[in-house]
Design a binder for this molecule. Structure first.
Ligand SMILES: Nc1ncnc2c1ncn2[C@@H]1O[C@H](COP(=O)(O)OP(=O)(O)OP(=O)(O)O)[C@@H](O)[C@H]1O
Ligand SMILES: [Mg+2]
Length: 265
């Protein structure tokens, strides 16, 4: 089984990278090989949370100086990171042709693996980079928090994704909740607003409580899934990972990650 999951949000700072890194480690328990692609070019920080200091990034692929296999760094917990680089790379507004060449390079590299899952940390919002990389994945996870701005921006993001791709299925996770029923309640509220205007299927995959341990894990550069795998927060990430895998994937005719792997299967 090979597939790809985009982790995105309407509003920034809601916990995408925290989810991308911890869900990658959770998925590692379910799949042989996990790649984490950081497409938040300009503000890439998956490596910070993962405790890796990558020498190279996607910018070295775009400039033609490196091959994909040369820029991948594997963390001590076995996650293979494709870093997005930093603000100085000025990659925020890639031309489409460059985006597609990145997609192709990664796709070609991944087809060498049999049981592989690609997790993609996407920049917040509905800019072209975010949309193209999200639509290249089979599943899209949207992280929301209980704030009106998060609801409005997530709605706008789904609307943009839907109008460009006609993807029907979106996984929704609620971050920074007080408890499970708070998460449920916020999802229902978001769903009721969205379903009034858009004919999409929102799949609730779970919630993560507000926790000082998450902040500490970022300072320590050790994901909570590693430092405290038995904690309720880590169990939430594991449950969310399993739930995401159970949701229907999206299909479309555009260029996708792992397309060749799927065709071979
Ligand atoms: N459940 C949580 N409890 C407490 N703090 C959290 C939680 N989730 C995320 N945070 C904190 O929120 C901040 C933003 O998290 P993160 O970097 O994962 O967000 P992001 O959506 O990737 O942001 P950006 O849009 O800038 O990429 C971090 O400092 C993190 O520690
Ligand atoms: Mg981030």
């Amino acid at each position: 089984m090979s597939d790809s999951i985009a982790i995105t949000s309407g509003k920034g700072g809601v916990g995408k990278t925290t989810f991308a890194v911890n869900l990658s480690i959770a998925q590692k328990k379910l799949t042989d090989k996990i790649f984490l692609l950081d497409t938040d070019m300009g503000m890439a920080n998956s490596h910070v949370l993962l405790g890796i200091n990558p020498k190279y990034s996607i910018s070295d692929i775009i400039s033609g100086e490196k091959k994909i296999s040369e820029i991948i760094e594997t963390s001590k917990n076995g996650i293979s990171l494709i870093s997005g680089g930093t603000a100085s790379n000025n990659l925020l507004n890639l031309e489409n042709i460059k985006r597609y060449s990145i997609l192709n390079e990664i796709d070609n590299h991944l087809k060498g693996y049999k049981n592989v899952r690609l997790m993609v940390d996407i920049a917040a919002g509905a800019e072209d980079n975010a949309l193209v990389f999200s639509m290249a994945c089979d599943r899209i996870l949207i992280v929301i928090v209980g704030e009106p701005t998060s609801f409005v921006d997530s709605y706008a993001l789904i609307k943009a994704l839907y109008s460009k791709s006609t993807f029907k299925n979106y996984c929704i996770a609620v971050n920074q909740v007080d408890n499970d029923s708070h998460g449920n309640e916020l999802f229902k509220k978001f769903q009721s607003i969205t379903s009034q205007f858009l004919d999409v299927n929102l799949h609730y995959v779970g919630c993560v409580k507000t926790s000082g341990k998450i902040r500490k894990s970022i300072v320590d550069r050790t994901p909570i899934m590693i430092s405290e795998p038995k904690s309720d927060i880590s169990q939430s990430f594991l449950k969310i990972a399993k739930k995401i895998n159970e949701t229907p994937s999206n299909e479309w005719g555009g260029l996708t990650f792992l397309s060749k792997v799927k065709k071979r299967a």
